[in-house]
Design a protein around this ligand. Structure first.
Ligand code: PGA
Ligand code: ZN
Length: 421
């Protein structure tokens, strides 16, 4: 028993200086404190964050969500057992009573659910990853480094949101980060040479933002050159989070890319060209978030990982729909998209049981809280996306270094599809 004795929320700021919640859950035997991340490039079907509106913080304040935790959720949960995560998450959903968690706020629910999880781990006196994954937690995640940013995450002209490098051919997480860091430095040198020093400005996730660049092929080309300069061709593949919903025009049913309009078929042909020209192993949200049929066509056509982010929004029922349709073959997992830990864990487990890969992901608005790293390891997700530079990102890497050092049995996956060494 880890009887909850108190739950309280406060308003803090994330890495964008925007308000978010920090929730503290106290039990008789341990305390948990969790920060809530926040997305910018959000899916239409995500749990809704409650924002105060008005002038304070340009409407982004979370005082109402804080009150919902302190005045509505806390009284209902005090006295309950923090070890009963699933019961508590069910209670949170029923207290909220809406499909999209808009009454109490997806941000309020996420904070409490994660706070309970961390309090339970503290009360058992085990690391968070071990509480999540028990004896089976062993797979370090392959990190996806968003070295060149575009879309909603940067002030440039690239429509694709993330142009990533992925260290798949190394033996450890520490080597994965070291080699990726070297590629990042070398890419910086090449970008400066070709696009000038301003290309080294970074976006929300700490990747470069060469504003002149508008063709994703230029981004992949220069990333590949950096990899080749270092002789790391066997260690790296490329990947992208296209975030296609954000340059899709639903009235015209076209995608605006490089000053042109692409039909779904033309965009699929473009992916064909991209994946045959570059060593691209993974595409996230290559089509807009309601196009399950297009995702299926693309998944059948290309021999790469196809990840659903805005498509699935970490929601078990949207994921099931996708699995039934054969749409995508991987899930992007963001706890605050769905609003409770147990729904997120359900999504991960449905994915794995159906042969879908799982990539645990940050949001572009983060804090230094490292529950994300523990979640990725605890779930044996096998993949993580947590940005490049800036402490709210690097703290996740530092946490994973520590896990790798402390656990002899921890292993780095041999490829994207398998978390088993
Ligand atoms: P977000 O974007 O965190 O701003 O929603 C990241 C992503 O699309 O994966
Ligand atoms: Zn995405």
């Amino acid at each position: 028993m880890a009887k909850i004795t108190g739950i309280s929320a406060e308003e803090i700021v994330d890495c964008r200086l925007e308000p978010t919640l920090r929730v503290t859950v106290e039990t008789e035997s341990g305390t948990g404190r969790a920060d809530v991340p926040c997305g910018r490039s959000r899916g239409e079907n995500e749990a809704v964050d409650l924002r105060d509106g008005g002038e304070r913080y340009a409407g982004l304040g979370v005082r109402d969500a804080v009150s919902n935790v302190n005045d509505t959720i806390a009284p209902a949960l005090v006295g309950q057992n923090a070890l009963h995560q699933r019961t508590i998450d069910e209670e949170l959903r029923s207290l909220d009573g809406t499909e999209d968690k808009s009454r109490l706020g997806g941000n309020a629910l996420t904070g409490v659910s994660l706070g309970v999880l961390k309090a339970a781990a503290a009360s058992r006196n085990v690391p968070l990853y071990q509480y999540i994954g028990g004896v089976n937690a062993h797979a370090l995640p392959i990190p996806f480094f968003d070295l060149i940013e575009g879309g909603e995450l940067a002030a440039g002209n690239l429509a694709f949101q993330e142009h990533q490098v992925v260290p798949v051919g190394v033996d450890s997480f520490a080597e994965a980060v070291r080699t990726s860091a070297e590629v990042y430095y070398e890419l910086g040198r090449l970008l400066k040479e070709e696009y000038g020093e301003s290309a080294l400005n970074v976006g929300y996730e700490g990747g470069y933002t060469p504003t002149e660049m508008s063709d994703p092929r230029d981004a992949f080309e220069i990333e590949l050159r950096a990899i080749e300069e270092l002789g790391y061709e066997d260690e790296f593949v490329l990947a992208a989070d296209v975030a296609a919903s954000h340059f899709y025009d639903p009235t015209e049913e076209t995608y605006s890319l490089m000053g042109e309009r692409f039909s779904r078929g033309e965009l699929i042909d473009f992916y064909d060209e991209l994946t045959s020209t570059y060593p691209i192993a993974s595409l996230e949200d290559p089509l807009h978030e309601e196009d399950f049929g297009g995702f299926r066509a693309l998944t059948e056509e290309l021999d790469v990982q196809i990840i659903g982010d805005d498509l699935f929004v970490s929601n078990p029922s949207r994921l099931r729909e996708g699995i039934d349709d054969g749409a995508a073959n991987a899930l992007l997992l963001k706890v605050n998209q769905v609003g409770t830990v147990s729904e997120a864990i359900d999504a991960a487990s449905i994915a794995h049981r159906n042969g879908y890969a799982v990539q645990v992901s940050e949001r572009s608005g983060q804090t230094a809280d490292t529950w994300l790293a523990d979640l990725a390891f605890g779930l044996n997700a096998g993949q993580i996306k947590t940005g490049v530079t800036r402490s709210e990102r690097t703290e996740q890497y530092n946490r994973l270094f520590a896990i790798e050092r402390e656990l002899d049995a921890a292993a780095y996956p041999k490829n994207l599809a398998s978390v088993f060494a």
